[in-house]
Write a protein that binds this ligand. Structure first.
Ligand code: ATP
Ligand code: MG
Length: 665
């Protein structure tokens, strides 16, 4: 059968094996479907006349001057809503106040120590206006770059919107990044202002922040540092350069008239999370970006303004925070929860406590967190009332079917549609995802491109593969929220995304994917991570999902390590579930059982050569597993660049753990 499989693959030009099958499927309830924002007919409209479809979506926004043309496409350079003028901050804030919704809550903010703040749209308008006036006073204007390194506090949102209001670009950098990482990003963008805080709360304790940012701004283009007081930590101070937020912003006027900017005016630069290597400064612009984030936030989450309570658990420092904490929800007049801290501070039920407290109806998170919740155990969410939940979402990595089922059962009470949303920093907004009132979802699949979006799985030569086959994910039509370039590096933009399938003019996403027998799309992980075992190209995702489907395993990462006989051998790193007797599950018998389990689930070819039980996996700050570092470990190499790692002690932990036991048979 495997021989046949390989032959079929060679004939069809397919580039990735299709090993797993999934027969479970969950259609939306009739009730849900009847009240859903988006209907099946949207797909038809998106296909029939793409420009008209996007023109309709652009009408979600308030344009100061209407655009004359939907799209000007000079591959690979796009202009969307040509000639249109708008102010992004006005769209996210002022217009809701003008419409009489000033009393609506924009953010229920929850601090890690338990302090809270409720911010209405009217208050948001005053705060953003004050911040914009203070920034202008510090010399920030149209086209300038402002670096922001802040914890998850309301001032982060005020800062981003103030930049948008002034036509300045923000470059938000993760709160947990080192001075070196911040410095590199400041230098690359030539930022003139840095907004930061005295400190940040990390697992219940204040940690210094400004000390680090001072190191980062040394010798750069930064003229001023605007400092929010969050933790009351003593800070070093440079007179003339440093300015307290509470002095500059609080005394500024709360009246500010937004100016109109071109639809293609730059909105922000954001560096990718750096899973694969040197981070890229992705450039996004205004009208198209805001159109697509507003559209997707409304359609994919079935968001009802004034009714839904929406919570996206991402950090503001990565693209999900930009598009689905700030711009999408605010463009739609949403009421959001924003939480400052970690999910286990002060206890492992903190998220569920927050859901219960605010009556959260839409909960959007990352697979890594779901697997962590699985590890902690279902008895934790069981203690809370989660009946307000209506829609659940995931982003960031492929979600293992078992984690999807756990999410559905333990959090969604088998009632809430789950939307698995595939997209990237580069795409700016969701691209492949179910529509919750339309799609019968399958655990682990992002299903199909959203209405108006073109995505295809192709082989080596750029030919679409058939159902049941795997290959490369490409985007075959321009989309409004697409990146407009890599900051300061046009060649890298062309090389990275547009050279692989230049002939066809496809955007190469860098991810592997397959169609199942029904034509649903399954993301299979990064092309760079694909393993080659005896000529079979095997995705990391499928083997990981097979491991996670074993009752003892909460999380798994697999890599291909060079192997004298098979080319590459599969090496797996697994984290066990909390309730499992760890010593027993680490034993030789248990490991053999796990290897056999994979073999049974997806075939002998995918049987790991080696399985190692670890406590933690190396992840980026956005929660993605960094397989390239595990590959270094598996091949006994010195571990590569760890600067974008959330916790760099993890690697030495794994390496020392490995010396104890090998787990081979
Ligand atoms: P870098 O490009 O620097 O390596 P990164 O790709 O991790 O960083 P992001 O833009 O944050 O930075 O991540 C996008 C990637 O995340 C996608 O290309 C894909 O690999 C993965 N991803 C995101 N959402 C999903 C999803 N729903 N299913 C599968 N994979 C996903
Ligand atoms: Mg990427």
């Amino acid at each position: 059968m495997l021989e046949e499989d390989a032959k079929k693959m060679a004939e069809s030009g397919a580039t990735l094996s299709n090993l797993s099958t999934e027969s479970r499927s969950f259609p939306p309830s009739e009730e849900f479907a009847a009240q859903a924002n988006a209907t099946a007919e949207w797909y038809e409209r998106g296909d029939a006349d793409r420009d008209a479809f996007w023109a309709e979506q652009a009408d979600r926004l308030s344009w100061g001057e209407k655009w004359s043309e939907v799209l000007d496409w000079q591959p690979p350079f796009a202009k969307w809503f040509v000639g249109g003028k708008l102010n992004v901050a006005y769209n996210c804030v002022d217009r809701h106040v003008e419409a009489g919704n000033g009393d609506r809550v924009a953010f229920h903010w929850e601090g890690e120590p338990g302090d809270t703040r409720t911010i209405t749209y009217a208050e948001l308008q005053r705060e953003v206006s004050r911040t914009a006036n203070a920034l202008a006073e510090l010399g920030v204007g149209k086209g300038d770059r402002v670096a922001i390194q802040l914890p998850m506090i309301p001032e982060a949102v005020f800062s981003m919107l103030a930049c948008a209001r002034l036509g300045a670009m923000h470059s938000v950098v993760f709160g947990g990044f080192s001075p070196g990482a911040l410095k590199a990003r400041i230098e690359d963008a030539e930022a003139k202002l840095l907004i930061t805080s005295d400190g940040q709360f990390r697992r219940g304790k204040p940690a210094p922040m400004k000390e680090n940012t001072d190191e980062a701004v040394e010798g750069t283009s930064i003229e001023h540092v605007l400092v929010v007081k969050r933790t009351e930590t003593d800070v070093p101070w440079t007179e003339g350069r440093d300015v307290w937020w509470h002095e500059a912003v609080d005394k500024a006027s709360d009246q500010h008239t937004p100016e109109l900017f071109d639809s293609e005016h730059p909105l922000f630069i954001l560096y990718t999370s750096g899973t694969t290597g040197k981070p890229k400064g992705i450039l996004h612009t205004s009208g198209g970006y805001l159109t697509q984030v507003a559209y997707t936030h409304n359609a994919v989450f079935d968001h009802k303004p004034g009714e839904s309570v929406y919570w996206c658990t991402a950090d503001i420092g990565w693209v999900t925070g930009h598009s689905y904490i700030v711009y999408g929800p605010l463009a739609n007049g949403a009421t959001s929860v924003m939480y400052e801290g970690t999910p286990n501070t002060p206890h492992e039920g903190r998220h569920w406590e927050i859901v219960q407290k605010y009556g959260v109806s839409i909960y959007y998170t990352a697979p890594t967190l779901i697997r962590t919740f699985m590890k902690w155990g279902a008895e934790i969410p069981e203690k809370f009332d989660l009946s307000s939940l209506k829609v659940l979402g995931t982003v960031g990595e492929p979600i293992n079917p078992e984690a999807w089922m756990w999410f559905r059962e333990k959090i969604g009470a088998e009632r809430c549609p789950i939307v698995d949303t595939w997209w990237q920093t580069e795409t700016g907004a969701m691209m492949i995802a179910p529509l919750p009132g339309v799609t019968a979802t399958k655990p682990g699949s992002a299903m199909r491109p959203l209405p108006g979006i073109g995505a295809t799985v192709v082989d080596e030569s750029g030919t679409p593969v058939g159902n049941g086959e795997g290959g490369y994910l490409v985007l075959d039509k321009p989309w409004p929220a697409m990146l407009r370039g890599i900051w300061g590096d046009e060649e890298r933009y062309k090389d990275t995304y547009w050279s692989r399938f230049a002939e066809q003019g496809y955007y190469f996403a860098g991810d592997g994917a397959k169609y199942d027998a029904d034509g649903a799309i399954w993301l299979l992980g990064r092309v760079d991570d694909v393993m080659n075992v005896s000529g079979h190209r095997i995705s990391t995702t499928e083997v990981e999902s097979a491991l996670v489907s074993h009752p003892t395993v909460a999380e798994a990462a697999v890599v291909g390590a060079s192997d004298p006989t098979t080319g590459q051998g599969i090496v797996a790193f697994v984290i066990l579930r909390g309730n499992v007797a760890q010593d027993e599950a680490k034993g030789e018998e248990a490991i053999t059982a796990l290897r056999n389990h994979v073999s049974k689930e997806i075939g002998p070819i995918a049987k790991p050569r080696q399985i190692m039980v670890v406590q933690e996996l190396p992840k980026t700050r956005s929660g993605k597993i960094m397989r390239r570092l595990l590959r270094d470990v598996a091949e006994n190499r010195e571990v590569g660049d760890v600067s974008t790692l959330a916790d760099d002690s993890v690697m030495s932990l794994i390496q020392s753990g490995l010396k104890e036991g090998k787990g081979e048979d």
